[in-house]
Design a protein around this ligand. Structure first.
Ligand code: ZN
Length: 303
């Protein structure tokens, strides 16, 4: 727990914790190829220097916590991509690149989060997932590898429904590491804000998932324009005693496997984040389309 005690201390002192920005879309911006089925997964073995450089840039920008590039290293994404035999090696390498970035940096304390994404994001999704009997064991194995390789925290990213999200949280909890919950929202055709699967509300998602575990919760991979409304809903339904709340929103959209950047200036993103802090967000950062310049601006203004 040594790498996260400082996070808790900062929160107790009323400071705002700063996360990093996007890793996958930042790699794409730097010319790293994106896989049609496994998005940025391969970068940890094909472009390790670039992955480590992105982590390093976020540490230098002042991030208290960086998230490793394991979002698309879930087995249900690697199997359709033909990369399943590299599952353990890639997840382990993802953590090691973040650890190396921390070691080479002169910055202060930095925590490292392993990302576990239960989403059906991507085009190569396995038939029957997540109801296949082995689905839980895939998450258990990923959580174990990330923990063994040195992750300090596990963030369940892009919780988009109740079934898959529950499996991932259950698996992450078994490691004994703190588990943080990242909920993704978007609007349905009627304009209502829903979980990403468009079948459940965020309130339903939080009710189901927070019973399993989670010591912090986020609105993440949600458009900046929708994050404020989503955060108000999260705040209304998250049990206060369970832990702090935060936001890391995105700007742009996918035409898989490529992110379409819609430029939001660091100043405009920071302005939105200021509103989230006023609403009670204690942890802020950025998701897809949000880069080091945005994180530097957040550091300057709030952290
Ligand atoms: Zn994102």
């Amino acid at each position: 727990m040594k790498n996260i005690e400082f996070l808790m201390k900062k929160l107790e002192e009323g400071q705002i914790l700063l996360l990093d920005g996007a890793t996958g879309t930042e790699l794409e911006k730097r010319g790293v190829p994106m896989h049609s089925k496994a998005w940025s997964a391969e970068a940890v073995v094909t472009h390790p220097a670039e992955v480590q450089a992105v982590h390093r840039e976020y540490i230098d920008a002042g991030a208290d916590l960086i998230t490793v590039n394991s979002f698309s290293l879930a087995k249900h994404m690697l199997i359709p991509a033909g990369l399943a035999e590299q599952f353990r090696r890639m997840n382990s390498e993802a953590v090691k690149l973040a650890v190396r970035a921390r070691e080479e940096s002169a910055a202060g304390q930095v925590a490292i989060a392993g990302s576990i994404a239960p989403t059906t994001f991507g085009s190569g999704i396995l038939p029957g997932y997540p109801h296949r009997p082995e689905a839980l064991s895939w998450y258990v194995e990923q959580a174990e590898v990330l923990a063994e390789a040195g992750a300090d925290i596990l963030i369940i990213e892009m919780i988009e429904d109740l079934e898959k999200g529950s499996l991932a949280v259950q698996a992450a909890r078994a490691t004994g590491l703190p588990v943080w919950l990242g909920f993704s929202c978007r609007r349905n055709a009627a304009g209502e804000l829903m979980l990403w699967d468009l079948r459940h509300t965020l309130t339903e998602g939080v009710a189901a998932i927070s019973r399993i575990g989670g010591s912090a919760a986020f609105v993440m991979h949600t458009d900046v324009s929708e994050a404020t409304e989503a955060f108000a809903e999260l705040k209304a339904c998250w049990p206060v005693s369970s832990g702090p709340l935060g936001i890391y929103a995105h700007s742009g959209f996918f035409v898989m496997p490529h992110w379409q950047f819609t430029d939001i200036s660091p100043a405009d993103y920071a302005l939105a984040a200021g509103g989230w802090i006023d609403m009670g967000a204690r942890i802020i950062g950025g998701c897809c389309g949000i880069g080091p310049a945005h994180i530097r601006e957040l550091k300057k203004r709030y952290c």
